[in-house]
Design a protein around this ligand. Sequence first.
Ligand code: PMP
Length: 300
Amino acid sequence: MDKNIKIWLDGKLYTWKHAKIHVLSHSLHYGTGVFEGIRFYKTSRGPAIFRLDEHLKRLFYSASCLKLKTPYTKKQLETAIKEVIVKNKLSDGYIRPIIFYGAEHLGIHPKGCRVHSAIAAWAWGAYLGTKPVKTLISSFIRIHPKSTFADAKICGHYVNSMLASVQAIEAGCDEAILLDYKGYLAEGPGENIFIVKNGQLYTPSEGNILKGITRASIMEIAKEFNIKCKEKKITVKELLSADEAFYSGTAAQVSAIGMINGKKIGNGKMGEITALLADHYDKIVHGKVKKHLNWLTPVR
Ligand code: PMP
């Protein structure tokens, strides 16, 4: 991580060294913060943020789940995000807004805790590399939807993601795949998953996944190419016998899955439909597709 970046915290910009919170912050102890991961890309009109409005809406939805009331409006956070990109002189990268409880009180109920908001941005290349990803189906299942708001981006949920991710990497893989509590495919630690079978796309239904903004974008792009996409319960057997599989996510973008539990998916290389979607997604985020310019918010 670049330690020269400036970070926005509660309305002011601080150097990396000075962007600090108290050790007794409620959210540090109990995972009671919410965050977003957003990307911005180089376009011919300067840096532009991909689907900013959708990300801010999800941030406010996640915050409402934890009764986190930030004093900033969506518009104010949008302005602050742009300021962080400009002040850090970034042309493309990743934005991390977070809203969390302060250190006024450490009972589980966060009554009396101040709500803090912070935004960082930095240059960040391909999250899962550029080669097809080697994956492991984790023994950790995705958090049960009745234990929490499974469709919110809550800090504490990422203990589940981290455990699965560490397990996959310790097993010599690049990334994990999590099943849901019924044994159906759920998602990756920080990505949604699609499979391709006989020219058709399938992705797990909503209910036990984060409703990815990239996932929604891919579904829309597929429709434009007349590729059918169905949301359904996907079994491990269906996953392992897919012709192609890929992760979708802000950080991962479209990343082909080459192997699952030591078994090649297709020929182990990026499949044809995955390549088509990845290529079009890349064009869209770089502002090269007129129809989807409305998915981009120019920074200046
Ligand atoms: N699932 C999880 C658990 C994630 O953390 C992410 C990343 N935000 C995704 C899916 C993909 O969501 P998005 O496409 O909105 O980045």
